[in-house]
Structures are given as C-alpha cells and as structure tokens.
Design a protein around this ligand. Structure first.
Ligand SMILES: CC(C)(COP(=O)(O)OP(=O)(O)OC[C@H]1O[C@@H](n2cnc3c(N)ncnc32)[C@H](O)[C@@H]1OP(=O)(O)O)[C@@H](O)C(=O)NCCC(=O)NCCS
Length: 116
C-alpha cells in the first residue's frame, strides 16, 4: 500500500510524500517474486503521481534494487519518535525529480496511533 505522509523542511515548508507501507507476503508464499512484483506495481503508481519521494522502512538488502537509498545520506530524516534506524530508513526519489528535497518525515495520524 502507498500511504500519504508529509516531509517538513527546516523552514517549515511541508511537501506531500508517500510511504510504501504496509507491504507483506505471507510466509508460505515468500521468495517467489511476489514482493518484487508488488513493489514495482506500487512504484509505478507512485511515479504517475506528483509526490517527489517514496519512503520505506524495511530490509536494507531488499529495497536498493528498486532505487531506494539510505534516507539520511540525502537529508531525508525519519520521524523523531522512530529514533536511529539508519539502515532500514530508505528513500526513493521519483525519476526526473532532481530537486534536492530535505527535511523530516512526519507520519500521518493513523501511523502514529499504531505506536500507542
Ligand atoms: C520483504 C518481503 C515483502 C519480500 O517479498 P518476497 O515475495 O518474499 O520477495 P521476492 O520473492 O519478490 O524477492 C526475492 C528476492 O528478495 C530477497 N529477499 C526476500 N526477503 C528478504 C529479506 N527479508 N531481506 C533481504 N532480502 C530479501 C531474496 O533473497 C530474493 O533476492 P534475489 O532476487 O537477489 O534472489 C517479504 O519477505 C515479507 O513480506 N516480509 C515480512 C514483512 C516485511 O518485512 N515487509 C517489509 C517491511 S515494509
């Protein structure tokens, strides 16, 4: 699923972004290409929209194949309540979105409520 969220820049500017979450393949069906197909389909949908970034919090060895990089390396920080999760915090810029967008992600309320 692609979920709506926001990136808040140092100057307070808010940019709508997308989170690739949740994503899951039942254990008995894993390693058959389903996760890759689901992720590619989601990213095709994301690329057809205007949001410049897709965030994922997931396996660091899995998502680079789709163009995800560690968020901190390009100045896209996780929500403060998530703490230090460097390896798992990844970001993919929409192709041809060259502007350097930096800031901290603020999850939408349904995601925050899951932490309670
Ligand atoms: C991560 C997940 C979505 C992958 O889906 P999948 O259908 O099993 O994966 P696919 O069959 O499409 O892809 C297989 C490839 O991914 C790799 N892979 C699968 N699970 C992996 C994992 N947990 N970590 C790293 N690589 C993984 C396989 O080694 C394989 O690599 P290869 O193509 O180089 O041989 C699935 O394992 C899952 O649902 N995990 C539990 C929930 C989860 O972690 N969701 C992601 C958090 S947002």
């Amino acid at each position: 699923m692609l979920s709506a969220s926001d990136l808040v820049g140092e100057d307070g500017t808010t940019v709508p972004i997308l989170i690739l979450s949740p994503l899951g393949v039942r254990p008995g069906d894993q390693n058959r290409g389903i996760g890759i197909a689901l992720t590619r389909a989601a990213l095709d949908l994301a690329d057809a929209r205007s949001e410049p970034l897709v965030i994922v919090q997931g396996h660091p060895d899995y998502y680079p194949r789709f163009g995800f990089v560690r968020g901190r390396t390009i100045g896209v920080l996780p929500p403060e309540h998530l703490g230090a999760i460097d390896k798992a915090w990844m970001v993919r810029r929409r192709p041809r979105a060259f502007e350097a967008i930096r800031g901290r992600v603020v999850y939408s309320q349904p995601f925050i409520d899951l932490d309670d």
